[in-house]
Ligand binder design. Structure first.
Ligand code: CTP
Length: 417
């Protein structure tokens, strides 16, 4: 699938803190997201993680010395400081923060940090007393005033056995911050820059009593992947999610609902709150809800009196149909999904007409397809008069392809106006 709209590269500066043991995992996560990583390792950092590990994982030479022939031959320390879109100091030791605040340039890491005008993000990792020390706090204040972004630290148990603030944030949180940074950048330049998109995702839970609910097999993966793919192309994305347990995509505004009625309120209130260019309803909204929700757990009776309780249902609102209806807040383009187990194309075309949306993405969710709750999808993208059969792809690739198709549609529409 096509790469994100802009190249994304990070110069990762690893300094001397025990939290450096988290760096290999961070590099793996960054690379898995297609971000180029090149490492600078301080002398302190090399006590905790080896250059060879960083080199093997990043696939790039690791830079350690200021006066190194290899670094100077390859690009020079000044060029190195400008070689990435983001400088990430992780972990940032108290010592390196002090040298950054003082403007020192006595090793490669501090020189690169002094010679750059690229945005700098730091993830401190140090003992709680070093973190709390007035000298460190003063350095942090100085660096924040200069525009350095701080990730954490968080409170927790330290490698030294003490407890409190100073513990470095986890690699997944650093990844989220980095992705959020790049998504913020691409909002100025990406093919969906300036476009506001609303996405619904996940199942709904319709309670019967405090412990039971009616639900479906939706995992929310397709909707979350779509929110992420749209954000990667520069869109400003609002995700309305049912209960999923998935990690919210970085740089996306997420609101949670449980029932179809809550999702309807949240979606329509959000749609009315500002002009959306695009809405995509991927949520598997329950069509019915129990007519009565019991305050207390429904108890079994004993013996032959144990008759299962009757299940009276009420229809739920159709969120996609309400968003698609002509109104002052209807997004320019409304896309639905159709979950079908048989005669997929015919059912989906009927749904497209019935709901009043502009496009529908039909998918086969029958038993054995592995789509609902799985990680792959096979879809037919249907407009009013076309039907495009896509091959079976990962849900991330379906999302990227759909996001690119949408960006093309907006660009053609813009040109024809
Ligand atoms: N949808 C919705 N609100 C509902 C039901 C569905 O917004 N109460 C949306 C879904 O998010 C999806 C589309 O409508 O975009 C189609 O959903 P689907 O479950 O395939 O169809 P239903 O409308 O529920 O019809 P049926 O169950 O008869 O297939």
């Amino acid at each position: 699938m096509a790469a994100p709209a802009v190249p994304r590269s990070v110069l990762l500066i690893v300094s001397g803190s025990i939290a450096a043991f988290k760096v290999p995992e961070l590099i793996r996560l960054l690379k898995a997201d297609g971000i180029q990583v090149r490492c600078v390792l301080t002398q302190g950092g090399s006590q905790f993680v080896t250059p060879l590990t960083l080199q093997a994982l990043s696939g790039q030479p690791v830079h350690t010395d200021l006066f190194s022939l290899t670094t100077e031959q390859e690009m020079g320390h000044i060029a190195l400081s400008r070689s990435a879109d983001l400088l990430l100091v992780c972990p940032a030791s108290a010592n390196l923060l002090a040298r950054m605040a003082g403007g020192l340039a006595d090793d490669l890491a501090s020189t690169v940090l002094l010679a750059t005008d690229t945005p700098v993000m730091v993830a401190p990792g140090m003992n709680v007393r070093m973190w709390d020390h007035p000298a460190t706090q003063a350095n942090i204040k100085t660096l924040k005033e200069r525009g350095v972004t701080f990730l954490g630290p968080v409170s927790g148990e330290m490698a030294c056995g003490e407890y409190g603030p100073g513990r470095m944030v986890e690699p997944a949180d650093v990844l989220d911050a980095v992705l959020g940074f790049f998504r913020q950048q691409v909002r100025q330049t990406g093919p969906l820059a300036g476009k506001a998109c609303l996405v619904t995702a996940g199942p709904t839970h319709e309670p019967l009593d405090p412990v039971r609910y009616l639900a479906n097999r939706s995992s929310g993966k397709q909707g979350y992947a779509l929110a992420e793919a749209l954000a990667d192309l520069g869109a400003e994305v609002t995700l309305i999610s049912g209960p999923t347990g998935l990690r919210p995509p970085a740089g996306v505004t997420v609101s949670f609902s449980e029932t179809a009625c809550e999702m309807q309120d949240l979606t329509l209130d959000t749609a009315r709150s500002k002009a959306f260019d695009l809405a995509i309803c991927t949520a598997a909204v329950a069509d019915w809800r129990p007519a009565y929700v019991q305050d207390q757990k429904i108890k079994k009776k004993v013996g032959k009196d144990d008759v299962p309780p009757p299940l009276a249902l009420l229809p739920n609102p159709d969120i996609l149909a309400e968003l698609s209806a002509p109104s002052s807040f209807r997004p320019q383009l409304v896309v639905g999904f159709a979950a079908e187990t048989e005669t997929v194309e015919a059912h989906a075309r009927a749904k497209l007409a019935r709901k009043g949306c502009d496009w529908i993405v039909a998918n086969h969710v029958g038993a054995g397809s592995g789509v609902m709750g799985g990680s792959e999808n096979q879809v037919i993208l249907m407009t009013q008069d076309t039907a495009e059969h896509w091959p079976r792809l990962s849900k991330e690739d379906v999302a990227r392809r759909l996001a690119i198709t949408l960006a093309d549609w907006f660009s053609k529409r813009h040109k024809s106006l």
